[in-house]
Write a protein that binds this ligand. Structure first.
Ligand SMILES: Cc1cc2nc3c(=O)[nH]c(=O)nc-3n(C[C@H](O)[C@H](O)[C@H](O)COP(=O)(O)O)c2cc1C
Length: 186
């Protein structure tokens, strides 16, 4: 499987590394690559393609993902071999919430790729949503690999039984003393 990420401040890269670590634990052969380095000529050969990408500026992709983003918006060819999903990082405080991830998802789907997990949007607190998406990705990959091995059980069957994601997050109690919207005018 391929895990590709587009990041500005490192969150998507960190998550992509975590997913790759999880895949390794599950003995799934994985290619992990930044969208800046990704060879777009390989896209039509991808079979299992998982994208983690943030939104920057005013609904734009990170600078490092611009080349890939422009490529998918300009006739990418037939992606009929591809199973895919997108984890879109963003922040609801912005009007164009997770726009870059949505755009990539829509473009891959219109080029014939199969969304095996729905587009998943993450708000500023992204850990739990990302973990749940990881869990779905791994369930899909395990189902795909065992289906290939046994040529019997459909991949979707495993997805129907996904258990809730485990998180290693710690919770602390606190009091909100002041609430300032940093994205407000001025
Ligand atoms: C300057 C700036 C602009 C942003 N613009 C958007 C936006 O338009 N829409 C959105 O959903 N999130 C926006 N975000 C939030 C980021 O997508 C979010 O912080 C994300 O976790 C960053 O992931 P990354 O470190 O992988 O780039 C913006 C963040 C910054 C710093």
């Amino acid at each position: 499987m391929s895990i590709v990420y587009g990041t500005e401040t490192g969150n998507s890269k960190k998550l992509a590394g975590q997913l790759a670590g999880l895949a390794k634990q599950h003995q799934v052969v994985t290619k992990l690559v930044s969208l800046e380095q990704y060879k777009t000529s390989e896209l039509t050969r991808e079979e299992n393609f998982f994208v983690i990408i943030s939104t920057q500026g005013d609904g734009e992709p990170p600078k490092a993902a611009k080349k890939f983003y422009d490529y998918v918006h300009n006739g990418i060819g037939n992606l009929g071999k591809m199973n895919f999903s997108v984890l879109a990082l963003g922040d609801r405080a912005y009007p164009l919430f997770c726009k870059a991830g949505e755009d990539v998802f829509d473009r891959l789907q219109s080029a014939g790729a199969r969304p095996v997990i729905p587009l998943t949007r993450c708000d500023a607190q992204y850990t739990d949503t990302a973990q749940a998406w990881f869990h779905q990705v791994m369930a899909f990959m395990e189902a795909t690999e065992s289906a290939e091995a046994a040529a019997s059980e459909p991949a979707a069957a495993a997805l129907a039984h996904t258990a809730p994601a485990k998180t290693e997050k710690k919770y602390y109690e606190g009091t909100v003393s002041e609430h300032i919207n940093l994205n407000d005018k001025g």
